[in-house]
Ligand binder design. Structure first.
Ligand code: ZN
Length: 185
């Protein structure tokens, strides 16, 4: 089985703990602009955090990804789930990654992004539409490679950015590419 299939088969049930819904912090909270600390994916606190991120993402309408810094915790963990999004092509279901990094990125395209930590704005951001990310699964520490495209690629770049202390606002071409948010979905 490829590690991509391992990611597809993963679910938060694999973590073996119940996720708690946490409060999402908003810009300009300092934790959002600091680089997150790499983690031990087997650490029980990291496993709990991954479960909490998934639980918080699930109760948040329109939320397709959430990084630990967004719940005020500066650790290198995030979750993603773009299933059902109209702009998604390749998808890997719900998954969480620790210590993830982009190893290949190509075919940049501009697209609209929002963020729970910047609730009143959206912005046009150029992101790679073909992407390879390597990271570790919380709980098992298995190293996995996620090759994806389109909207899942965008969501992954947005979350890796959070772990490095960047918001989408740091990636827009300028004030002309920032817009007031009209809907949350
Ligand atoms: Zn965000």
């Amino acid at each position: 089985m490829s590690t991509s299939d391992v990611v597809r088969d993963w679910s938060e049930a694999d973590l073996g703990v119940d996720g708690r819904v946490l409060e999402v912090v908003r810009a300009p909270a300092g934790v959002l602009s600091a680089a997150s600390v790499k983690v031990d994916p087997m650490d029980s606190a990291v496993v709990q955090l991954a479960a909490d991120l998934v639980a918080t993402m699930r109760v948040s309408p329109g939320c397709v990804g959430l990084a630990a810094s967004q719940v005020g915790i500066g650790l290198h963990v995030f979750c993603v789930d773009v299933v059902g999004h109209p702009k998604a092509r390749t998808t890997h279901g719900t998954f969480a990654l620790c210590n993830a990094r982009v190893v290949e990125a190509s075919r940049k395209e501009k697209g609209r992004e929002g963020c729970m930590s910047v609730p009143d704005l959206t912005g046009d951001v150029k992101r790679a539409t073909r992407l390879t990310v390597v990271g570790q699964l919380p709980g098992s520490a298995e190293e996995v490679t996620v090759e994806t495209d389109a909207f899942e690629a965008r969501a992954l770049q947005h979350e890796v950015d959070h772990c490095e202390g960047f918001l989408f606002l740091d990636r827009v071409a300028g004030a002309h590419a920032i817009f007031p948010r009209k809907t949350y979905l």
